[in-house]
Design a protein around this ligand. Structure first.
Ligand code: GLV
Length: 309
């Protein structure tokens, strides 16, 4: 019996070493040099290559190495009877709240523009606004979205949130369902996407939605690249529907060298770092889930495949 660690573009050796410190008796396989594919019962995967899961006939569950599991839910090589899990940690929630608050403060105090002015040696005071005029609207009030909304509200921002089903959060004005989306958008100046990627949310950040925001509006996308219709963002920026976009996730990652986002002054790009999974934070959770899986117990944080999160 073993745990398989599998990722492209991420070195999983530190994860293996941390798991072995947590439990030295574990059998941990590191893709692609898997010694005994038949013994693999549990896998941790990030950005896995297509078809790879067909090599492990005795797999019982696969966990994402992050909070999102869309890369597993959309993988046809993972049979429907296999449990798909996500990681849930306070550190991931906190990092995301910090990222969003940092991006909101950047918008409030124009740090990006001042940075560019500095590079040009330019002393120029830009128009000033206050946080009361910048209502933040958070799309997605799961565990990460809720913490982010609460933290922003505690820091004195006007915050509202939208989710598929009804939620109640202290200090946050909440909206739910398709019928309340337009009302949510019409009061929002900084739109933050923290949704899971599902069939329903793919392409949700499109021109029609941007037009419903209170102007001048800003976008922060730390969900998934496929939430955003990229050409609609370019049009919205060029026509003043949106004033700026802060993007951590992209349809293609790494963002290709020739991508038009790179050269846009109003686009701030970060390389998918809004919430990084640290091996020390998740080793205990991974080992517990592995033990649950091999002893036939229900693992923690199983994704509901019908909802997609
Ligand atoms: C990062 O994108 C994650 O899903 O944790």
């Amino acid at each position: 019996m073993s745990i398989l660690l599998i990722a492209q573009n991420r070195d999983m050796k530190p994860v293996r070493d941390t798991l072995l410190r947590e439990d030295p008796d574990l059998e941990v396989e590191l893709w692609p040099a898997v010694r005994n594919p038949g013994a693999v019962q549990f896998a941790i995967a990030w950005n896995q290559p297509g078809e790879v899961f067909r090599q492990f006939p005795n797999l019982k569950a696969v966990s994402s190495f992050g909070a999102g599991a869309d890369h597993l839910l959309s993988d046809p090589a993972i049979p429907p009877h296999i449990d798909i899990l996500r990681l849930e940690t306070d550190s991931i929630d906190r990092q995301m709240a910090d990222y969003v608050e940092g991006a909101c403060l950047q918008i409030l105090r124009s740090f990006s523009q001042y940075m560019r002015q500095q590079m040009r040696g330019e002393w120029n005071q830009l128009p000033h606004t206050t946080r009361e005029h910048l209502t933040i609207g958070i799309l997605g009030l799961g565990r990460i979205g809720s913490l982010t909304a609460r933290e922003l509200a505690n820091s004195g921002w006007n915050v509202s949130g939208w989710a598929r089903s009804e939620k109640s959060l202290e200090g946050v004005r909440t909206f739910h369902g398709a019928s309340e989306l337009s009302g949510f958008l019409s009061a929002t100046r900084i739109l933050v996407c923290l949704l899971p990627l599902t069939n329903e949310t793919e392409g949700i950040l499109n021109l029609e939605l941007f037009k419903k925001l209170k102007r001048p509006a800003h976008l922060i996308n730390a969900g998934r690249g496929a939430h955003l219709v990229e050409e609609d963002l370019i049009y919205a920026l060029d026509t003043g529907i949106l004033q700026s976009a802060t993007l951590d996730v992209f349809l293609e990652e790494p963002l290709p060298d020739t991508h038009p986002f790179w050269n846009r002054e109003r686009v701030t790009i970060t390389p998918h770092i809004a919430a990084i999974t640290e091996p020390e934070d998740v080793a205990g959770q991974i080992v517990e889930n592995y033990k649950r899986v091999i002893s036939g117990m229900k693992p923690l944080h199983v994704i509901d495949r019908s909802r997609g999160y």
